[in-house]
Design a protein around this ligand. Structure first.
Ligand code: KIV
Ligand code: ZN
Length: 514
């Protein structure tokens, strides 16, 4: 059995299925480049058949990435598989990941198919996929609640049809570690030709066990883990990539495998994903939380100073906490900015784009002494918007907030190039700003989430605000950053409104049909 553990990152697909986490093509390319730099083996870039936009994103990632395999998800039907096959065509190494549900409840209630029909469809799907690539992965959706005999039968047939990776998803996060390891062990023992394929697991975190289940499966013989940066994903999320990778590395005494991940790229990847999706990382999150390596108690601090390993099992620098801190300042020039942006994965396509970024950089450098990578990422995410995403722009904002007085905001917006000015009162400066925007826009959207994070340390840090809006069945996140958090809030709200207008309808891969 191989001692290489394949890291299959699905941040751009399952991660994107988190409410409001939909990413633009350019955002996906930036994350994909960071995943490639981190030496992820397989990048699941999306579900190509979901919409034209999703197709374009998978294709763009397939064009941009050279060192990792690029994969598209596809339901087990000919049309989806053709879209996936076309989308991965430019990849240096491309994979099609096709799936069909195998649990009694999914087959009967969702697919309305008999077990025999499911096996037949799965086998056909492998045949269709192999017309595009030899690297075909098959997933038995809801394997965690499927019957073992039936799973063995499906897997036997898809292996015979040519699937190279067999994925065992705990789609609803129902399993417990010992039970899930037992399932993987039984499959490896019972499925004919099990030794000819790579066994993979894909665990959801509904009971907080996604990482534990994945690791138990690795000890039972799985050699691919599907995971996401920061554990992003449907509902409670997927297994967190950084936790899986660092557990395997830190406990090499227990795990008979290694990954090829450059762990120093973990924190930059975490920050990038958080910044792009608007999903903040909780401070006490393992590995990538701001407090993951902070020692508050005197006893711990004393111990660490005497001998680091008294209280630390990993080194902060090994997961990237000290890399990428290179700063730029007021005196840095255009070339320094260009090269740092390029290192961060931004493509500077024209002098105008660089000029615009440089002007914003100078504006920020006037307000803030040191500019960190995170500041540049925030600055560029404000910059990288397509014209159709920018129907509404902030021109100016004035907010009055005084003890004992009702806060008031006066805002000027440009809407399709026409200026509108309005004033509104609210219960606080942010509330009055949002009310002012809404009195012009009348979007009918409801505010689901408002969160503020400091991008870096210090009182001159930029505040990064996330606003999540819902209208009908659409949910979008908007981000804004500024050294003034009320301005950042206005930018985030406007960004969400722009996205609400432009986001196209997509097909849910795990919806009701095959
Ligand atoms: O959770 C799941 O079952 C999935 C499959 C499509 C692999 O995401
Ligand atoms: Zn999933």
């Amino acid at each position: 059995m191989s001692d290489h553990l394949v890291i299959f990152d699905t941040t751009l697909r399952d991660g994107e299925q988190s409410p409001g986490a939909a990413m633009t093509r350019d955002e996906k390319i930036r994350i994909a480049r960071q995943l490639e730099k981190m030496r992820v083996d397989v990048i699941e870039a999306g579900f190509a058949a979901a919409s034209n936009g999703d197709f374009e994103s998978v294709r763009a990632v397939a064009e941009a990435v050279r060192e990792s395999t690029v994969c598209s998800l596809a339901r087990a039907n000919e049309k989806d598989i053709a879209r996936a096959g076309e989308a991965i065509q430019p990849a240096a190494a491309g994979r099609i990941h096709t799936f069909i549900a195998t649990s009694p409840i999914h087959m009967e209630k969702k697919l309305r198919m008999t077990p025999d029909q499911v096996v037949e469809q799965a086998v056909k799907a492998i045949g269709w996929a192999r017309q595009y690539t030899d690297d075909v992965e098959f997933s038995a959706e809801d394997a965690g609640r499927s019957e073992l005999d039936f799973l063995c039968c499906v897997f036997e047939q898809v292996i015979k049809a040519g699937a190279k990776t067999i994925n065992v998803p705990d789609t609803v996060g129902y399993n417990l570690p010992e039970q899930f390891a037992g399932l993987v062990r039984s499959l490896l023992e019972r499925v004919p030709n099990a030794d000819k394929v790579v066994w993979s697991v894909h665990c959801h975190n509904d009971l907080g066990l996604a990482v534990a289940n994945s690791l138990a499966a690795v000890r039972a013989g799985a050699r691919q883990v599907e995971c996401t940066v920061n554990g992003l994903g449907e509902r409670a999320g997927n297994a967190s990539m950084e936790e899986v990778v660092m557990a395997v590395r830190t406990r090499g005494d227990v795990f008979p495998v290694t990954t090829r991940i450059d762990t120093t790229q973990i924190v930059p990847a975490s920050k990038l994903v958080s910044q792009i999706t608007g999903y903040p990382v909780q401070p006490n999150k393992a590995i990538v939380g701001a407090n993951a390596f902070a020692h508050e108690s005197g006893i711990h601090q004393d111990g660490v100073l005497k001998h680091r390993e008294t209280y630390e099992i990993m080194r902060a620098e090994d997961v990237g906490w000290t890399t990428n801190r290179l700063t730029l300042g007021k005196l840095s020039g255009r070339n320094a900015l260009r090269s740092r942006l390029q290192e961060l994965g931004f493509v500077i396509e024209s002098e105008e784009q660089l000029n615009a970024a440089f002007a914003r950089f100078k504006e920020l450098a006037d307000k803030k002494q040191e500019i960190f990578d995170e500041d540049l990422q925030a600055l560029m995410s404000d910059e990288v918007v397509t014209p159709e995403q920018e129907r509404i722009k902030l021109i100016s904002l004035r907010v009055c907030s005084e003890t004992g007085e009702t806060p008031q905001a006066a805002i000027a917006l440009s809407i399709d190039g026409r200026e509108s000015k309005v004033e509104a009162h609210g219960s606080g400066p942010v509330d009055s700003t949002f009310k002012a925007i809404e009195s012009v826009m009348q979007s009918g959207a409801s505010l689901l989430l408002y969160s503020v994070n400091a991008i870096t340390g210090g009182t001159d840090a930029q505040g990064e605000v996330t606003v999540r809006l819902a209208r009908g069945d659409r949910v979008v996140n908007g981000q804004g950053s500024d050294t003034d958090i009320i301005v950042a809030s206005a930018k985030a709200y406007i960004n969400a409104l722009n996205r609400l207008d432009t986001r196209a309808k997509r097909v849910d891969p795990q919806g009701s049909t095959v």
